[in-house]
Ligand binder design. Structure first.
Ligand SMILES: O=C(CO)[C@@H](O)[C@H](O)COP(=O)(O)O
Length: 232
């Protein structure tokens, strides 16, 4: 198999994976209508695969997923790339460890984003998954790389793989697109629980040294196999 064939096969695989992961967003109730998007980096290439803009989730097929360069220019596909492509591309250019990105407007997490308030580390699940509070990023207009800059700058000061972009919604990153989707699912779950907790009182923060211990255990010990650990 030539190197070109190999890249082609990788892109086909990623198109299928990213298409299937969009179905997880609807399965977990993280998006409505055509909101949200998932992308994956094409390993070894200056390219990414991403949802086309404004296409209904039920109409998404692997062939509909588009390929762009890491500046958002269309390389392959019949449809216009997601409105957030420049944001995703910026993150891939500045975070070589990130291979997948997801954006949602999931209800509870986005309610925190509307308030511009980080989700405090008041649950072991938050310490495990995010290593501290889930931070808020700046307000940024949609369409260029402003959102990407806000994501990179905010996550540089945090262990979290998710950021609540102010007045907008969740962006989550990961070592794979599946890991990013998992972070978005977890983000919504803890946003909901902490919100409900606040209806009956003030949630109690976890001590920073315990947050560190929980995070280290979850990242290094929890689960079964190295392959699964990549999700963390
Ligand atoms: O947040 C926004 C726009 O407010 C977008 O992320 C939409 O939620 C989905 O846009 P496309 O990916 O379909 O262009």
């Amino acid at each position: 198999m030539t190197a070109v064939d190999e890249v082609r096969r990788t892109i086909e695989r990623l198109r299928r994976e990213v298409c299937d992961l969009h179905a997880e967003l609807t399965r977990y109730g993280l998006v409505v209508w055509t909101a949200g998007n998932v992308s994956a980096r094409v390993p070894g290439e200056d390219a990414l695969v991403i949802k086309p803009s404004g296409v209904a989730y039920d109409a998404l097929t692997p062939a509909a997923i588009v390929v762009t360069d890491l500046h958002g220019n269309l390389l392959d596909g019949d449809l216009s790339p997601s409105s957030d492509t420049a944001a995703h591309a910026y993150v891939y250019r500045h975070r070589p460890d990130v291979n997948g990105i997801v954006h949602t407007h999931s209800t509870y997490a986005t309610a925190w984003a509307a308030r511009g308030e980080p989700i405090p580390c008041t649950l072991t699940m938050i310490a495990d998954e995010f290593g501290g509070e889930i931070p808020v990023g700046p307000f940024a207009l949609i369409g260029d790389d402003s959102i990407g800059r806000g994501i990179v700058e905010t996550l540089a000061q945090s262990r979290s793989d998710a950021v609540l972009m102010r007045n907008h919604g969740v962006f989550a990153v990961g070592a794979s697109a599946k890991a990013a989707v998992k972070a978005a699912v977890m983000c919504e779950d803890v946003a909901r629980t902490v919100h409900i907790s606040r209806q009956i009182g003030e949630p109690v923060p976890i001590a920073p040294e315990d947050v560190d211990r929980l995070y280290a255990r979850y990242k290094n010990i929890y689960g079964q196999q190295a392959g699964e650990r990549e999700l963390r």
